[in-house]
Design a protein around this ligand. Structure first.
Ligand code: TXA
Ligand code: MG
Length: 312
């Protein structure tokens, strides 16, 4: 059910969970002050309680009010990328952030989103926790129809645009004197390097003994029901029900081809990614061959990571 801004704000302010568009993906929003509503988010998504939530705020002052230390270059990162698809993990005053939000950690994740309607909502409600608006383990939602598919047509969704980034925010954590990428996302490693002056390491699932990993990275993610076969080359065999590929390429195969977008535009591919993965479930497709022959730089790295996770 589509709701306008003032209805959305009063639903949240009276303890409800609603879906909210952001420029990355849609979120399931509850007020940080309402523990019952926050609990409800975990139940609605089927999300493990050990997986903490991102706190979305309207301005930098609100972040400072929760944080107990501000790491070097935080201000520069915030100045360049906020509002926008960057999340930063900071040590917080535990008295101010309910334990359920941060899964008992001494830190919390913060983001100032850029979609105008999201920012207007935040001004009316105060800080909102928002995980992606999908069932745990499934592809995120990038438009209202995706949210309706997962949570039903009666579920309230704030009216807004399609998510223009199409993949989640990039998450940074400061440990041992440097920033690390805890989750790759809409911002590439190169974009962060330009601001930091060094290339932040990407924490892989395996390397979490060095730095505490972003808990969400440990779980299954972005996965449709279909079996996904990722290939850099080799023509798919007849056992595969469809191909996911690029508009510039010809695939010598007489099965349906789902087009991610152009090899010239990783932005377009990121924007379409979850819609294509969701299409597999809608069409009850059992298997798909994915053309992984694309660059290993910039936003393509995030796209490759999401497809790889989806196939796990
Ligand atoms: O783009 C986005 O970030 C979207 C939109 C709605 O803002 N939100 C999103 O939330 O992707 P979610 O819950 O799907 O992913 C949040 C990730 C999880 O992997 C979680 O483990 C990690 O952030 N996280 C949150 N708080 C953390 C903390 N204190 N320390 C480490 N990781 C944290
Ligand atoms: Mg998610």
């Amino acid at each position: 059910m589509r709701v306008d801004l003032s209805t959305a704000a009063s639903l949240i302010n009276s303890g409800n969970v609603i879906a909210v568009p952001t420029e990355t993906v849609y979120g399931l929003a509850a007020s940080i002050k309402d523990q019952e509503a926050v609990q409800n988010i975990f139940e609605l998504k089927g999300r493990p309680l050990v997986n903490p939530l991102i706190i979305h705020v309207a301005d930098l002052e609100t972040v400072y009010s929760y944080a107990i230390t501000i790491p070097p270059q935080f201000e520069e990162l915030a100045a360049v990328f906020w509002p926008g698809p960057l999340t930063m993990i900071l040590p917080i005053n535990p008295a101010l952030v309910p334990s359920i939000v941060r899964a008992g950690l001494p830190t919390a994740a913060f983001r100032i989103p850029s979609m105008p309607v999201t920012r207007e909502l935040l001004k009316l409600t105060g800080p909102l926790v928002m995980p992606s608006a999908n069932k745990s383990g499934k592809p995120s939602s990038t438009c209202i129809e995706h949210v309706e598919n997962d949570f039903g047509k009666k579920f309230p969704v704030l009216e807004g645009l399609k998510s223009e980034q199409g993949v989640e925010s990039t998450i940074l954590i400061y440990e041992e004197g440097v920033w690390h990428i805890a989750r790759l996302g809409a911002l590439s490693q190169e974009q962060l390097t330009n601001v930091l002056g060094y290339s932040p390491a990407i924490i892989s699932n395996q390397s979490h003994s060095i730095v505490p990993v972003c808990p969400g990275q440990l779980f299954r993610h972005y996965a449709p029901r279909a079996r996904l076969v990722l290939r850099e080359e080799s023509i798919p065999s007849e056992e595969i029900a469809c191909i996911i590929g690029f508009k510039e390429r010809d695939y010598p195969f007489n099965k349906p081809v789902l087009i991610l977008g152009s090899l010239e535009s990783p932005e377009e591919v990121a924007q379409n990614l979850y819609a294509i993965l969701r299409q597999l479930d809608l069409d009850q497709i059992e298997s798909a061959w994915i053309d992984m022959s694309f660059p290993h730089t910039g936003l393509w790295v995030t796209i490759r990571e999401r497809l790889t996770r989806a196939a796990e």
